[in-house]
Unconditional design. Sequence first.
Length: 325
Amino acid sequence: MNISYDSMSAELGTPPGWDFGDCAYGLEPLLLPEPLDPGDDAPPPRAPSELDVAQLCPSLLAGAATDGAVVPAPAQGPAGAQVYWFRWITGHQVSFLLWRLLGQQMRVASGSVGERRTDALAAMTAYVRGYCAMLLYTSSCPRGVYEGLIRPSMFLQHPGFSGTWAPDFGAVRPLLRGRGAARWADNPVGAQLRQAVAVHHTIHSGVAARLVPGGRSLLQEATRTADVRGPQMLGTLYDNYFLTVRLPQSQPEIVAQLLRRLEAVAVDLRANGLHDAADDEDLPTELRENDVVECGRDVLGVLLRLAGHATGLDAEALGVQLESV
């Protein structure tokens, strides 16, 4: 099964400045191989440099610049529902891709020494920071949109719908839950990785406090979770909700899908920003911490740097100064 996104966009006539899905803030299916198996050999963690990065993500390469940018206006809907639905689904798809790349680099770091390990730890740090940015991006909706649209949609998929069902999370769970970073404490980059994991914990707690203050998850509230048995079924339900199809994909195809989504996110953020400034007054303490605020301010830079690691291209090859965005 091959999907030509270029021909799809041309046939359906996407608006200027938007080249994703069949309309502004439209969605695309994500094609992913089966989750990484601990017994398999690690695939190459980077895509070949022949990927046309400039074509796949021109807005992302432009950084925070907005001069001359053509961006679509949000579609009509209650409280910008289409924009936030796009962020919820596509932001999760980006997270799945980052988990896979992160898992690959974890294998490299565990089986190497010296410069190779340092490079792997630097990529891991970039991917964890990218996941932090995606947590802020997917949760940027007003609480009313979450309570009225997003949470009910998950309930309709399954009354006990849970992020713990995500098939690709298992490979990176030890690291993101703080149990895996200590092994690289002897490497200077390991300290940066531990800090990125700590920021992830802070953001995760802050998002829960903002969207479900004092509340319980669907899984905690569910009384009939045993109706669906087995991790494969639960993983399929989770994939289906986030428009994810399990099919063989090469490493370049995986990275190209990541870049397409990063481009759409960049266009969205350049048009609309991360969230309404009025929301600042309601942010919980966790989301006011300096490291979290800085991550929110530098989302485009965070995404650009992880694109460099995913493609194996340095700043000069990307045509930008990564440190300046």
